[in-house]
Design a binder for this molecule. Sequence first.
Ligand SMILES: Cc1ncc(COP(=O)(O)O)c(C=O)c1O
Length: 460
Amino acid sequence: MTISEQIKSDPTIQSTVEQLLSRCQKIQQQITGIKPSDPALKQSYDDAIKSFSHTRGGGLFFPYLSTGAGSGPFVELADGSVKYDLTCGIGVHIMGHSHPVVMKASIEAGLEDVTMQGNLQQNLNSKVLCDKMVELAKLDGSSQLDHCFLSSSGVMAGENALKMAMQKHAPASRVLAFERCFAGRSLAFSQINDKPAFRDGLPEILNVDYVPFYDVNDPEGSTTRAADTLNTHLTRYPKKHAAMFFELIQGEGGFHVGCENFHRTLMEICKKHDVAVLVDEVQTFARTHHPYAFQEFNLGDLVDIVWIGKAAQVCATLFTSEYVPRPGLVAQTYTASSATIASSIAILNELDGNGYFGENGKTAQIHQQFVDGFDAISSRHPELLTGPYGIGAMTGCTVHGGDYAKVTHLIHNLYDKGVIAFLAGANPTRLRFLVPVGSLEPNHIKEILEILEASLIETI
Ligand SMILES: Cc1ncc(COP(=O)(O)O)c(C=O)c1O
């Protein structure tokens, strides 16, 4: 037995871990619902927010600093308040806060060498995680994503994907992407984001040609328009495009859901022109009825490279054998900490093995409860809330007609009332919930919707 196995199987250590967990949970059980801030902590909290905003060189969107404690959908802030967290670090806490499965994995990993693991020297768990990510990617039986490379952020996983595509298709140097897309914040990816403010003052280092996204109100027309635009770009710059970026469900762009026929039509055109099909699943991973959104739309046979982040905890690029990079192209010091890698494995196993996916899975049921609630609010106040409502754990709606100022006001009002939500997209700006499906119960959803309705009326 290795020393590591001896530590993990040691009865004293095991029972101590169990005791630690149960004691933590007992204390966390005090968190049962929304709580106002503690007046005694107000001054120190306000000072901390002010000084942190200064140090990081810019104000925070919310006056949010958590203590690190939470329970399910609830998070405790350092001013003593407790709020529903439906933003979850922009999609990180998919299980909710302090989920027992995640805590157990982290505590156990904490018994190891807990520093960051890197790509040169990794622990066995990195292999376990890569295998799990590949196994999930091959569940549909059609994808050829046999390879997986871990990295430390969504944008870095995307950069690795782009480099693999560009190396294979050199000297093609242009890329294609959807209008309204968001890909991350590196210099290269700032060019791809269809948002001028995100590349303000930056040099142009990548040529990007945009294709309109799917319009749920005009499925056929929008598919034809997108295919025509794509063909026009490909004709204008023959053999110059290395890759097309597919965000199958737009996240930052406003929770717009694509469909199989739309994406398949465009992907087949890419294949015909030898353009790599790149799928950015940083936000969509683990949030639809399937582990990967490309499985939601049956696109496994067409996908060349996929990358994930957020809910996965550890970011990763998955690719087919055709895109295996030559030595030297992808490497980096960090992947993640041992605790994060262990948490990632635990979360993927929990989501995969405990009924979250599928048409009637936990995620779908939670989504339906929101949809029913949104419909009810919309029937009472059609001018205040409309669909579409997103998919799975990407639940959203259009509020106040999508007016940016009003939606921002609403989000701050919700925050004050104890619900942390976020916005997405422009024209319309939409309300988005990155739902912690691992811990949200029907009574929580009911209360959240009541608060939303009150807030909508108050912010007219
Ligand atoms: C679709 C998409 N791609 C890439 C990214 C970038 O990920 P990260 O912020 O981890 O670099 C994000 C982040 O929001 C995203 O939503």
